[in-house]
Every structure is written in C-alpha cells, then in structure tokens.
Design a protein around this ligand. Structure first.
Ligand SMILES: C[S@@+](CC[C@H](N)C(=O)[O-])C[C@H]1O[C@@H](n2cnc3c(N)ncnc32)[C@H](O)[C@@H]1O
Length: 290
C-alpha cells in the first residue's frame, strides 16, 4: 500500500491531490511517481505488496509455474517478484512498469544479483505493454490491477500477451460490493493507488470480458493487516532514526499513521480485503476435422 506525496502539515484536505492526479493518465503517473520515491522505498523495503515473498510463492504454485516458462510481471515495481520467480522457479521474466526510477532500480538490482540473463525490465504502461503477442506462459500482477484506470484495457493486454492455455495470477486489494463507505472517502482519495479497487466479482468480470476465466480465488486479508502493521512499525522507527529524510521527502508520518489506522479498521470490518485470483486463457481449440 502506498500514498501520493503527503505534504508536511497535511490538514486532511486532499483536494490538492485530486487536482494534481485527476484524469486517468495523471492518476497513473502520480501512482508510478509515488512508488518511485526514495522515501517510499525506505518505508516499504523489498516488497511492495501484502504477503511479500510468501504470497508470491503461493501465487506461483497455484499458477503451476515450471522451469523454462516465460512470465510477464506487470507493474513489476522494484522487481523482487521477478527475481524470486527466476531464481526459485527457473522461469524467464519480462517486467513492465510505468515508473522510470523503479525500472532503473529493478534492472540495477537484477544485475547485482546475477539474474540479468533471465530477468529484464521495460518501461511501459500495463494498458499498452511493450511485449509481443501470445509468447508468455504466465502473467503476474501483484497489488497493481486496482490502480489501473482502464482495467478492461489492461485485462485485454494480459490476454494478448498470453499464449493459449496460459494463466494470469493477480493478488490485489478488493472492496466490499457496496464500495467504500462515505466516511472512508478521504482514505480512498488520499491513498490514490487503492481508490479504484473493486469487488472481487468485478475483477473476475473484467477478466472474463477479455476471455480470461477465473479458476481460483483465495482471501488473504491477513496479509493486508500484517503489511499495515509492518508499515506502522517501520514508520515509527524511521521517524526516530531518519525523521529528516522523511520530512525532506514530504512524508508527514502522523498523517500516514492516521490513515493506516483507518485502513486497518476497514479491513477488520470487511470493507477492504486482499485476494489472490488465478484465471486461464482457454487452450486453442483443436483444428476442425473433416
Ligand atoms: C504496489 S506497487 C507493486 C509493485 C510490484 N508488483 C510488487 O508487488 O512489488 C504498484 C506498481 O504499479 C506501477 N504502476 C502503476 N500504474 C501502472 C501502469 N499503468 N502500468 C505499469 N505500471 C504501473 C507503479 O509504478 C508501482 O511500481
């Protein structure tokens, strides 16, 4: 979970963020810029999604990833998932992310870990990916589908790059059927990256429209709670140890902690959750026999 830059002395009025991040292209750019921020990297650490590497492994097993397969990691962030999949499952990974700083960081970390032969990152938009048609056995997209303004376009891209019989694995923020209640609107506006999270059924419906059929879903709300707890603990320590860098980066720790409290309550009340979803692109029909 992350936030657009929170200006020190934040009064809770988030109207300035809406104006800066209004419109689909600006929302995407704001989200990518937020994740590329050094302060966010400092606070989030290695993993930018709830469940960390344990949930990534669960996703990989559920999708049945096997050595030699080709995987696209959509909205790959700092690339920890791509490197884990390459190192532990023997797959080759093409990561795509809209954040230039993030792509640079991901390629540098991959070179350092000696995995450049198997893993590479491209600058690009999930809604129009710089990847070829039908060459991927699997697509993974962790904690990012909820951020895409045009989810139908992103789903169509997943389907385009997958080979027939390929699988898409998503872990993402979900909201209750009724959406976020009014009193959480400030949370949704502030945490711009989850403001467009949808109910699980809606994600499945969007994927189905693109020809991707949901074969498994699992709730992982506990991972979201743990991530918020870890975020709060890190922020509290960083405020003591590194208050100056956080302040310089424009992060108002008190404002962040107010909102993480709201988010935790929303998870406990079942208004926000975190879900694993695997969907399949049907195998090509057998050639018609005469
Ligand atoms: C919560 S982070 C998740 C990163 C990574 N999947 C992980 O789990 O560690 C969301 C990522 O989505 C990227 N992003 C947001 N909108 C995007 C878009 N339209 N196309 C590609 N990447 C995007 C951001 O730059 C950010 O790196």
């Amino acid at each position: 979970m992350t936030w657009p830059r929170v200006v020190s002395g934040d009064s809770g009025d988030d109207s300035h963020r809406h104006s800066q991040c209004a419109g689909p292209e600006e929302t995407k750019a704001c989200c990518a810029a937020a994740y590329g921020d050094d302060a966010v990297a400092l606070v989030l650490g290695e993993s930018y999604h709830p469940g960390g590497s344990a949930l990534t492994r669960r996703l990989a097993r559920t999708m049945g990833l096997a050595p030699g397969q080709r995987v696209a990691d959509v909205a790959a962030g700092p690339g920890a998932t791509a490197r884990l999949l390459a190192a532990e499952y023997g797959v080759a990974v093409d990561g795509v992310d809209l954040g230039e700083a993030g792509v640079h960081r991901a390629n540098a970390a991959t070179a350092e870990s000696g995995l450049s032969g198997q893993v590479r990152f491209h600058l690009g938009d999930a809604e129009r990916m710089p990847l070829p048609d039908g060459e991927f056995d699997a697509v993974v997209c962790e904690c990012a589908f909820c951020t895409f303004p045009d989810k139908a376009a992103a789903a169509a891209e997943f389907a385009r790059v997958l080979r027939p019989g390929g699988r898409i694995g998503i872990t993402d923020v979900t909201v209750a059927e009724a959406g976020l209640p009014e009193e959480l609107n400030t949370l949704a506006g502030w945490v711009a990256c989850i403001a467009d999270a949808r109910p699980l059924q809606e994600y499945s419906g969007i994927l189905a429209e693109a020809g991707l059929w949901t074969v498994r879903t699992e709730p992982h709300d506990d991972a979201l709670i743990r991530m918020i707890d870890e975020l709060e603990a890190r922020l509290t320590v960083l405020r003591m140890a590194a208050g100056q860098p956080l302040a310089t980066a424009g992060v108002d720790v008190d404002a962040v902690l107010r909102h993480t409290g709201l988010a935790k309550r929303a998870v406990a009340e079942g208004l926000i959750g975190y879900t694993l979803l695997v969907a399949a692109k049907p195998a090509a029909p057998p050639a018609a026999s005469r």
